[in-house]
Each structure stands twice: as C-alpha cells, then as structure tokens.
Design a protein around this ligand. Sequence first.
Ligand SMILES: [Zn+2]
Length: 202
Amino acid sequence: MDQIRIGKFIAETRKARKLTQRQLADALSVSDKTISKWECGKGLPEVSLMLPLCDELDITVNDLLSGEKVSDSDYQKKAEGNMMNLMKENEENKKRMALSIICGVITIIAVCALVVIASYIKLPTVARIALILFAAATGVTGIAAAAMLEIKAGYYECPHCKELFVPTMREYVKGYHTFLKRRLTCPKCGKSGMCRHRIVRY
Ligand SMILES: [Zn+2]
C-alpha cells in the first residue's frame, strides 16, 4: 500500500468535490486531524471507514487503495493486487505475533533450565553465579526480542475513539499490561486507557 499516493489522491478528490477537511470529517464522524493524517500519508483509513469515505468522494475502494481512478480495463487486476496487499500485511503481522510468542516461551524455558542447573547441580560458587547471571541476561534479551516483535505485530486500539495506532517502544515498555491489553496514550484523542491489541486491521 502506497500511503503517500493514497493520501494525495484523497486530498485531490476531496478538493475536486469542493469539500473542506472539516466537512469530510463531519460526514464520516471522525476528527479533521484524522483526515489530515490520511492526506499526509501517515496512515490508512481503517477498513470500516473505507466504504463511507469512498461514498463521500464518489470513488470505489479499488480507486482509493490504488491511489488513482482505475480504468475499467485495469479494474480486475488492480482489485486483486490491492486485496493481496491487505492480506499480506495481515499475514506478516500474524507471523510476527507467532514468532514473538515462540521467542517468549523459549526464553522462559531456557531461563528455568539455567536456574535449575545453577540451583541443584554441584558447581563451584563462581560457576553458579556466572550461570545465574547468564540466565538473567538470556531472560532480558529474550523478553526484549519478544517485545520488539510484538510491537510491530499489528496495532493497539484506543478504547475512547477506536483509533488504531502503533505505540513507541518507550510507551510500550512503560505501559502496564495484561495479556491482551496495555495502558497507552492515544496519539489521536490524547486520552490514556487500556488499549486492546489487534493483529489485523479488521
Ligand atoms: Zn483515542
């Protein structure tokens, strides 16, 4: 998906229809900041907004995702390409999520094994301490790797305005979390809340 191209196309089409960002935003019940974000290529409309947006702009979803008016002869080909791109994005996110879980599980097993060895097997004290330090280092590295993978897998959903966003590493690390939710600040409405992790856009 070429977000910059799609953004320019949204802006051009909106202006051609003599709509302001505010008017388009009101028609879609989103903020004008959201429209501006799309037009700057800083994010795609989420799937539930694509049809209403296309209705307002009098274009097809295929035009929108292609970033241009698609001619009848190209229509089928472009539609398939656009569909594949959306599916690919979701697939990559699912793979990252699975990798993140595998990484976390391996880390936990490795750390437990090292701790058991260090505790129950007769070893010189120095070797025991080295083993425990090694276990700690393995744990930190493994959890960091799992977090890096998870942060890239999908989006977090703001409970207040339903905005989907990817948190910064810093926000991510300091956020209190449960298995599926994490306390984050929404970049759109500025409110903090328990944001649900979503692997796919829809
Ligand atoms: Zn929000």
